[in-house]
Structure formats: C-alpha cells, structure tokens
Write a protein that binds this ligand. Structure first.
Ligand SMILES: NC(=O)c1ccc[n+]([C@@H]2O[C@H](COP(=O)([O-])OP(=O)(O)OC[C@H]3O[C@@H](n4cnc5c(N)ncnc54)[C@H](OP(=O)(O)O)[C@@H]3O)[C@@H](O)[C@H]2O)c1
Length: 325
C-alpha cells in the first residue's frame, strides 16, 4: 500500500513523503479498513510540526486520526460479516504510529463505527475529531433550552458543529469570528448573532446582546485569548467548556471568576472516558442517521499532495481538509 510518512518532525514540505509500506496485519480484536478519505486536523499538523512535542514517539509515523472507508479484513476469531461494511473511524493515530494517511489502517474494532447509508465517505472522514468534540462540548454545557451559548470560532471545524448542535438543543447562539466570510459561515451553521472579535469589544458586545447577563456557556476554541474576559462574558453560574487554546498558558482572572461562580471545564476528545465516548458515538450515529446536520465544504487533496494538505490546515482552511486515498 501507499502511505504518507514522516521520520522527523518539522515543516510539512520537509518531512512528509509518500512511500510504499506493507499492508497492515490484522490482530485479534482489530479490523482493517480500506480507506476512501483521511481527515486532517490541527492536532495532526501540530504533532508533525513538533509543536506538541519535539520528540518522535515512534521511528516512523503515518499521520491522521480520522478517516472513512470499507472494512476489508477482520482479526482472528471475529465474525467475517463486518467485511464490506462502510465505516468511519476515530483516534487512529492517538497513542499509535499508524494513522489514516494510508490506503489501509488496522485498528481496534471499537474505534471503527458503521457509517449510515445517507452519509458519504467525505462526511465520514470529516467528523471524527470535529463532530465528536462538538458533541461532547455541547453535552458538557448542560441543558441549553432557552439559554445563550457563545461559540468563538463558529466557522471552524469544531465550532461549525458546536453552533449547530447548540442551536438544535434550543440555545440562542452568539458566534465570534474574525471577518465577513467567517461571519457568513457562522450564520449558515445557525448562529443567531455574530460578533467580529477583531474589530469589536467582545465582552461588551456579548453583555449588550444578553441584556447585561452574559452567556450561560462558552464553547471555547481559544482559552488563552478569551479567559481574561470570562468574567464579563459569562452569566452568573456560567460555564466555559474549553477544547482549544492559542497559547500554552491561560491567564485566568481570579476575582471575576470566583464572584461569578464560574465553572471551567477542559477536555480532549482523544481521552473521553468510556461512558462519555459511548454517549458521543451513539449521539453522532443518531445525527448521521437523521441527516439533520450541515457538514462543512471540503478541500480534497491526493495523497501525493500531503504536504499541501497540511499547509492548508496551518493556514486556516475555511474548509474541511481531506486526503483522497
Ligand atoms: N480538545 C479537543 O479534543 C480538541 C478537538 C478538536 C480541536 N481541538 C483544537 O481546537 C482548535 C480548533 O480546531 P478546529 O479543527 O476547529 O480548527 P479550525 O477548523 O482551524 O477552526 C478554528 C477556528 O477558530 C477561529 N479562531 C481562532 N482563534 C479565535 C478566537 N480567539 N476567537 C474566535 N475564533 C477564533 C479561527 O478563525 P480566525 O483565526 O480567523 O478567527 C477558525 O475559524 C485547534 O487548536 C485544535 O487543536 C481540540
């Protein structure tokens, strides 16, 4: 099979290349998927660039956690009826060297989920990290009916789904974005109100839009930038659900947070506890079966263009970047 690999961390064009590799063996408890698309996420790109850790955890890495395709083999002692099933998968390169930027991947069967008939392989490869993260974030907000949710970055991969799910849960959604095109996308995702955080005072605008109360929940893409304003942005007893940060340290202001009885909740989708993971997979499956979600526009690259695909994510894609296998 062909796979994208890197043996050192660094800039995409310097370290990524495509090479022939043996078809992965399928061990007990695993299934092998012939991939149609691999999804590229910021986390894959940051790992390859050495931003998460400079050290290589394995001599060679096939990147990417998300993907979709068809099961072509199952491990010993497993029923063969899964062969031929359309699937999406998650966490492929979490704690493992071999991810989805390859024609085949072998994974524990519990990381491989049936893809409902109405969902394309492009959708299947777009949802692992973004939709699972958005789903858990919205659940973590608690009951949202009649509440206000602030979604910074609602035009981004996670934010796009978070805005839709919060809206579907009955919330009024305020999005914060950096420009007109992202404002349009945020509205398309269901944002009721959009604030340009580059040109407007976000805290003042959110207080004005909520009659002085603040938002009940923030689903935050950039805690490093926004945490200093949480006292102003959050309603009394509000909660910030934090899945991203533009910096390694977040300068949280103690007094406004303690006076506002604020809750800060951090999570990473790779390590969802078993019950939350089950709930998320079931929820995502239900959403795909109902077909009620809008999915982002995709930007598709061939495997040979792997470096360009990573660079597109680094530049801020405004689309879901996929690699076609
Ligand atoms: N915890 C987890 O499990 C988890 C899961 C998925 C992603 N993440 C992390 O979350 C981040 C976003 O991932 P993604 O896939 O959604 O990326 P993405 O598709 O690139 O979207 C990020 C969006 O956030 C916007 N943004 C950045 N800083 C902002 C700010 N201060 N206020 C408002 N909007 C802001 C960006 O646009 P502008 O820069 O133009 O504003 C962009 O539209 C990444 O850092 C990623 O590593 C974490």
């Amino acid at each position: 099979m062909h796979a994208a690999i890197y043996r050192n961390k660094g800039p995409a064009a310097e370290v990524l290349r495509v090479a022939p590799r043996p078809l992965p063996d399928v061990r007990a408890g695993e299934v092998r998927v012939k991939l149609a698309f691999s999804g590229v996420n910021p986390s894959d790109v940051k790992s390859r660039a050495g931003l998460t850790s400079k050290a290589m955890d394995w001599p060679e890495v096939i990147p990417h956690s998300d993907g979709a395709g068809v099961i072509d083999a199952v491990g010993p002692n497993m029923a063969p009826d899964a062969i031929g099933r359309r699937v999406w998968l998650f966490n492929a390169q979490w704690g493992r060297a071999h991810g989805t930027a390859a024609e085949y991947v072998a994974l524990p069967a519990q990381q491989v989920v049936p893809l409902p008939d109405g969902a394309s392989f492009e959708v299947g490869a777009s949802i692992g990290i973004p939709l699972m993260t958005a789903f858990h974030a919205v659940v973590a907000c608690g009951s949202l009916h009649g509440r206000t949710v602030l979604v910074p970055g609602a035009a981004g991969s996670v934010g796009w789904y978070a805005a839709q799910l919060a809206r579907q849960a009955g919330a009024r959604v305020i999005a914060s974005v950096s420009g007109d095109e992202k404002a349009r996308l945020a509205r398309e995702a269901g944002a009721d109100l959009v604030v340009n955080y580059k040109t407007e005072d976000l805290g003042a605008r959110v207080r004005a839009l909520t009659g002085g109360r603040g938002a009940d929940c923030i689903i935050d893409v950039d805690a490093a930038a926004n945490v200093q304003h949480y006292g102003e942005l959050l309603a009394f007893g509000g909660k910030a659900v934090i899945y991203g940060s533009g910096g390694a340290h977040i300068p949280a202001p103690f007094r406004p947070l303690i006076m506002g009885f604020a809750t800060l909740y951090f999570f990473i989708v790779y390590r969802l506890p078993a019950e939350a993971l089950r709930h998320t997979i079931d929820g995502v499956t239900g959403l795909l079966e109902r077909g009620t979600l809008k999915h982002p526009a995709v930007a598709v690259y061939d495997l040979e263009q792997i470096a360009a695909a990573h660079e597109r994510v680094e530049q801020g894609a405004n689309a879901k970047v996929l690699v076609r296998l």
